[in-house]
Design a protein around this ligand. Structure first.
Ligand SMILES: Cc1cc2nc3c(=O)[nH]c(=O)nc-3n(C[C@H](O)[C@H](O)[C@H](O)COP(=O)(O)OP(=O)(O)OC[C@H]3O[C@@H](n4cnc5c(N)ncnc54)[C@H](O)[C@@H]3O)c2cc1C
Length: 416
């Protein structure tokens, strides 16, 4: 048991990860969340228009995500992440109607790229080898300065994969963040990138079991209380102001600040952090997945990019979606449904739908914004940062958020 209390501010996945790791090591923890529910940008809720629980947006993690693996095992939620035993990804070309499936082999020696029936149609070995160029890219290099960003492999695999992982136009995205994605996936072998989906909802894998774990380990969880101000004295945080009351910190109390970048810089104006963000739009349709449907279909040449199939709904993701933020919701639903219906061979009218626009879904994964990401340690001795925007070497993902929570917990346990 460590002395003092750790106040974790923000119950998104970074804050939850910090809190569960801290209580797991015997620390006394208070978790404070401004919203009425935990989960942040990775949450589930009842949607009245659909008359069912939905996720704010589809979230994909991979079998090789080490921090995800540690987190779900710690909170007892590993059975809630489901997916195939071997990597396989179905694609549909909305412009031509073509369909194909890529079947990477399990091991790191990627012989599947030599087998036309397993690789992306119309691609050749040289295109796959060119991916190696990402690995040597400098921190300030955009992808387009390293790769040609054209050809069948780019159009049919690399661009959709990088757009989904970086949520940023892949040509102008950071080559070193793209390399981190490739190292975690294509270079590790199919066993590391089998898709895993929270089932039936995000909250069942990532949020509700974490809150139960915290309750079992004696943590105090305060929901619906926004932190308005942090009070600083000398080089420490000495107080946390919430609506209606304040908390005084005594040494060796510590704070893990696990709020989004734009809130962190409000609370701590001296912080340097990303200032540009990118949107994600999700369309949800109350249409049960057809029997035998692929759990995920990548769509090329449509508005929809990835279609996720659930027993009670079909949900569509569009990343880097800032261009669509002002588009009328009804028109978005119609356009997305056209792609969903074509990909799943559905006829009949559009079912009940919901459009969820997340304006600041992630920081823009450009070299400039990546260079603005701070490490977890701050000049204030008892203030530690967590969040997908803190420098982890990864883009803004669940894996990055959970890893930053682990780092913050470790630092809190050792901080004086
Ligand atoms: C639509 C969408 C789709 C995505 N898809 C994927 C995907 O497929 N795969 C993947 O790996 N990642 C995906 N992501 C990214 C992933 O959701 C995030 O990286 C992750 O959830 C970020 O967690 P976080 O804890 O860093 O931040 P947040 O989730 O933003 O958590 C911060 C928390 O702080 C709280 N807070 C804010 N201000 C205060 C305050 N003043 N006082 C107290 N609390 C406060 C917020 O309410 C929030 O709960 C997606 C994101 C979105 C939005």
């Amino acid at each position: 048991m460590t002395a003092g209390r750790v106040y974790v501010i923000g119950a998104g996945l970074a804050g939850l990860s910090a809190a569960v790791n801290l209580v797991g090591h015997g620390a006394r923890v208070t978790l404070i969340e401004g919203a009425n529910q935990a989960g942040g940008r990775c949450r589930s809720y009842f949607d009245a228009a659909l008359d069912q629980v939905i996720d704010n947006g589809n979230h994909l993690v991979l079998s090789g995500n080490a921090a995800v693996h540690r987190y779900v095992h710690r909170i007892g939620a590993h059975a809630q992440l489901t997916g195939p035993r071997h990597a396989r990804f179905a694609f549909f070309d909305a412009a031509t109607g073509a369909r194909w499936i890529i079947h990477p082999n399990d091991g790191p020696l990627a012989w599947w790229v030599l087998t036309p029936s397993r690789r992306v149609p119309d691609t050749h070995l040289g295109e796959y080898l060119s991916i190696l160029r990402l690995l040597g890219a400098g921190a300030d290099a955009p992808v387009e300065s390293v790769l040609s960003c054209s050809g069948a492999l780019w159009d049919r695999l690399l661009a959709p994969l990088l757009l989904a992982a970086l949520n940023t136009d892949p040509r102008t995205a950071s080559a070193s963040l793209a390399a981190a994605v490739i190292r975690q996936t294509l270079f590790k072998g199919g066993r590391a990138y089998c898709p895993r989906i929270a089932t039936p909802h995000l909250a069942d894998a990532f949020v509700t079991p974490a809150l139960s774990y915290l309750a079992q380990h004696g943590a105090t969880v305060i929901l619906g209380k926004r932190v308005r101000t942090l009070r600083f004295e000398d080089s420490r945080v000495v107080g946390v102001e919430l609506a209606g009351h304040s908390i005084a910190l005594e040494p060796p109390d510590r704070i893990v600040l696990a709020v989004p970048a734009w809130v962190a810089t409000d609370l701590v104006p001296q912080l340097r952090a990303p200032t540009a963000f990118r949107a994600i739009i999700n369309g949800h349709f109350a249409q049960p997945a057809p029997k035998g449907a692929e759990p995920i279909i990548g769509v090329i040449g449509g508005l929809a990019e990835w279609i996720f199939a659930f027993s009670d709904r079909l949900s569509v993701t569009v990343s880097g979606a800032d261009r669509l933020l002002d588009e009328d919701r009804d028109s978005l639903a119609q356009r997305l449904w056209a792609d969903v219906a074509a990909a799943h061979n559905l006829t009949g009218p559009m079912p009940r739908w919901q459009i969820v626009k997340e304006r600041r879904a992630t920081f823009a994964a450009t070299p400039q914004e990546d260079s603005r990401r701070p490490g977890p340690v701050t000049p204030w001795g008892n203030l530690i940062l967590a969040g997908d925007w803190v420098q982890t070497g990864l883009p803004a993902t669940i894996e990055g958020a959970l890893r930053s929570g682990e780092m913050a917990a470790e630092l809190s346990l050792t901080a004086a």
